[in-house]
Design a protein around this ligand. Structure first.
Ligand SMILES: NC(=O)c1ccc[n+]([C@@H]2O[C@H](COP(=O)([O-])OP(=O)(O)OC[C@H]3O[C@@H](n4cnc5c(N)ncnc54)[C@H](OP(=O)(O)O)[C@@H]3O)[C@@H](O)[C@H]2O)c1
Length: 293
């Protein structure tokens, strides 16, 4: 299998990006807090990703906080013209590493300034408004106040495109009435399939869907059936989980997270893995369509 990214692309707003990107959250210290154990290793992962052809990196200034964006800047700036860095705002970190909402207008504006400074950019290509919801799952509260601020930030040119994260279908619809939406970033993977209908709706409208926790996040995917399918294809379970997402819908853009160059290469190689129909059927049966836990 190839270790460079497949050329298959989908537009993120007006920028076609390769469907296999990279999520930088794992680069900060334990609990996504403080500096990495091995700074050089973290920089090496970022450089290896871009060298392999990754042109879509997901981050936030609340990873570390600040640490992950500073690593991205050190490893990759001046940035190549085809690299799309997507960040997110809407949270801050407590001194005890807790995740706290930060959604007032002044907090959202400060978060944009922090991202600009730490990434070394004049404008942010895509910013996801991350709603707190119920942890890693959305609630149905109004998104109007925050999305009006996002629309202002876009009008002012600090943010080129707006996305939303941790949102329900109703919240996506409400956000789209206020400002065009480039992407939706929600929890979704082989066993957590609450967004099946939303993904199909967004695909019809040409909007990118970017699953977070594509490999299960802090509780990596574990499934005997996944392992068996992977063994039958001479691939790893993580590669099969990513290949399943790629075949699930054309608007899915992947940002698997890793702090290891070996895992990065393994994940990127999933772009070349073709799943035969019988493998897809076995994987589809692991969790029913629409199932969330
Ligand atoms: N919008 C949101 O609320 C939100 C929430 C969470 C995450 N995100 C974004 O989504 C991205 C992806 O999520 P994530 O990083 O939390 O979870 P993930 O991609 O599902 O999984 C990451 C975990 O899997 C391990 N891993 C990665 N590749 C592997 C491989 N080939 N073999 C074995 N283990 C492997 C990583 O450990 P190693 O470091 O050891 O490889 C890490 O523990 C993040 O980086 C972040 O940018 C967004």
């Amino acid at each position: 299998m190839s270790t460079t990214v497949s050329n298959d692309t989908f537009p993120l707003a007006d920028r076609p990006v390769r469907r296999l990107g990279y999520g930088a959250m794992q680069l900060a210290g334990p609990g996504v807090f403080g500096p990495p154990k091995d700074r050089e290793a973290a920089l090496a992962v970022l450089r290896a990703a871009v060298e392999a052809g990754v042109d879509h990196i997901d981050t936030s200034d609340f990873y570390g906080p600040h640490v992950t964006n500073q690593l991205i800047r050190e490893a990759l700036s001046p940035y190549g013209g085809d690299l799309v860095i997507v960040t997110k705002i809407g949270a801050k970190r407590g001194e005890d590493a807790s995740w706290l909402p930060a959604t007032s207008e002044s907090e959202l504006r400060r978060a944009v300034e922090d991202n600009l400074r730490n990434l070394g950019l004049d404008a942010l290509e895509v910013v996801n408004m991350r709603f707190f919801g119920d942890g890693h799952n959305p609630d149905d509260s109004s998104v109007e106040r925050e999305m009006r601020v996002m629309a202002d930030l876009k009008r002012e040119g600090l943010v080129r495109h707006v996305g939303v994260s941790n949102v329900s279908a109703a919240q996506v619809a409400q956000a789209r009435e206020i400002v065009p939406i480039a992407c939706v970033q929600n929890q979704y993977n082989l066993v957590h399939r609450g967004d099946d209908a939303l993904i199909d709706d967004l695909a019809r409208d040409g909007i990118a869907y970017v699953p977070f926790f594509p490999l299960g996040g802090f509780s990596p995917l574990q499934s005997g059936e996944l392992n068996a399918v992977a063994a039958s294809l001479h691939a790893t379970p993580m590669q099969v989980a990513l290949a399943w997402l790629l075949q699930r819908a054309p608007n899915i853009l992947l940002i698997p997270g890793t702090s290891s160059v070996a895992h990065l290469r393994e994940n990127l190689a999933a772009g070349a893995l073709q799943l035969p129909p019988e493998a897809v059927a076995r994987l589809d049966a692991i969790a029913p369509r629409g199932a969330a836990h």
